[in-house]
Design a protein around this ligand. Sequence first.
Ligand code: AMP
Length: 250
Amino acid sequence: MPTPRQNARITWLKGADFPCAPFPAPQTRPRRLVLLGAPGIGKGTQAELLAKKFGSCQLSTGDVFRMAKRAPDEEKTPAIREALEFMKAGKLVPDTTVVALVEERKPCLRCSGGFLLDGFPRTVFQAEELDRILRQEHLALDAVLSYDLAEAKILDRVSGRRVCSKCKVSYHVKDHPPKVDGVCDRCGGPLYQREDDRPETVHVRMETYWHSTEPLIEHYQKKGLLVHIECGETPEETFARTLAALKVGA
Ligand code: AMP
């Protein structure tokens, strides 16, 4: 039986019609955050830690596309099929497809614990569309967290990343290996290397990031929402810095 928080994430993944169990009363006020940072920097892990802390819904557009990839072919719409081709090449999925996907799941933005957007927005157009959607929903962002790390370290993190195919927990072959090689500590599921983490795709993703996503830093700086966080050596260290930046106790 999924917990309410996991259920909220499943709703986001499966679509707005999937029933969402109500959140338990949030411990703190709802947090509405965007997480920015180059691919492989560890945004997903930070989003997961923050979701636990605040009871927020973790929304990752990349996870939605990865989930769509596993669907039977006859269930894939032409737009999704096209999106998956872009993803396979390490390129960004067209803005209109991504925005439509987020719009379909607007109820998830209204979760009582707030939301953590990981991997969206990725372009200035998407950020402007998010501004529009939030205005319509009478919601406002609390902050945009921008994670920074030297490029060589990012490449090392991406090439060593392994993900559980069942529960999505991330490992690193050197820095955070599972107890048993290739097996998830948490659920026993098999670990795999994401297709877009392979060396031939990673450099395209990095280029795309600098070209399309870096301009978002300025977009959010102008709005006074940007918070820079220098990544630490471990996810826990980065999380401690994130809480400090948000002025929240551990
Ligand atoms: P991620 O896990 O966030 O790195 O996303 C994996 C892939 O999904 C990206 O390389 C893109 O192909 C696609 N994707 C995810 N989110 C977006 C987005 N907001 N805009 C365009 N493409 C996206």
